[in-house]
Write a protein that binds this ligand. Sequence first.
Ligand code: AMO
Length: 429
Amino acid sequence: MLPKKTHWSGDIVPELHGKEVVVAGWVWELRDLGRVKFIVLRDREGFVQITLKAGRTPERLLATFSELGKEDAIAVRGIVEASKIARRGVEIFPVEIWVLNKARPLPIDIWSETPDLATRLRWRSVDLKRPSNLALFTAASKILREIREVLYGEGFVEVFTPKIIATSTEGGADLFPLMYFERVAYLSQSPQLYKEQLTASLERVFEVGPAFRAERHNTNYHLNEFTSVDAEAAFMDYWDMIQLLERILGRIARLLSREEPRLREVGLAPRLTELGSVPRVDYDEAVDALQRAGYSVRRGDDLTVEMQKALTKYYGPAYFIVHFPALLRPFYTKRKDGERTESYDLVINGIEVASGSTRIHKRDELEEEMKVRGLDPRLFESHLSIFDLGMPPHAGFGLGFNRLLMALLGLENVRQATLYPRDRYRLEP
Ligand code: AMO
């Protein structure tokens, strides 16, 4: 019978002294000092030391030890003992060891060396056993949970919209086509149009799901499939959304300060563990500041990553850029005055992690903006028709979850923050 795991390794503390527990995981390290032998067992939450002693440990377990190899999947039932010399002040004396599956030598080193990223991604499932990855992706799940909790707390409902779609949502050609029976369909770039339509019924919605972009970029911050956290709310504007994002960042900062010790132990350096108010920088002001710093940039130009990094010097590690020129933004963005829009980007450590705006909620204005961008309103009829039926004023944001992790955890490459990245040259594993 499969032994039932009673504790995570991280839960084995000196206070459990004398208790019987069952732990399960993988053999990280084996040390044989003759009369004393150690197994360091790894599971998702860390490590625990299993101590075998001649005279105390049953003979057959000592025999089992001699057959163990690194990364064998094992379960151990044993008695916890507080110890002055053991790792984390505690060890387990086994009464039973189950070898659940043997492991051949791993194709990459997860113990001491960190191979280059391409090699790690080639063997991603193995690479994910690395303690830094375990800490990273458990932190990622907790970060997402904080985001969800803020949104639920503020009356948003979680929704799921189709990822197979008939027309482009953002305009542009960055779509992956696919065969949908007899016709061509596309993978969704963003839930933009659906989430806007849903504000006319559910009012406040959010979605966590994949977004597909057929961009040919091959940079450290572009993926062809990423996880997007999208929010949209009726009767709100871009300032409401900026404040909402700020509250989300505040919650994440508190989480990261709690998680900091574990993250630092595995070499990750969380940023933004303390967060005051996040500056709102007018696009025009940012351009002026960049010009003064010697960048050749003019009003109407998009800001490059290099420029966004440069602005960090003036505004700190996290800032919003607000009021972008209309032509830098998608057709659904509401104008503020003339060329400026009620739009914003959130930049952390020089990387754009979220963007959003107040949306146009009047059909004629929306059609006008489509035409300005060379889009044919007739192709959007099913979307536009909703705007004749009491569309409320609304606003929202799209937050790139992988980029957020990259920025928050100080990673160099967005692929590190993605379990199985899809990029220009990577479709497997
Ligand atoms: P945008 O296209 O700016 O806006 O995307 C929103 C956020 O998604 C992330 N992102 C990416 N992450 C990784 N790889 C990519 N190729 C990639 N492209 C975008 C970024 C970005 O800030 N519908 C709007 C959002 C809205 O207005 O609600 C949209 O999709 O972090």
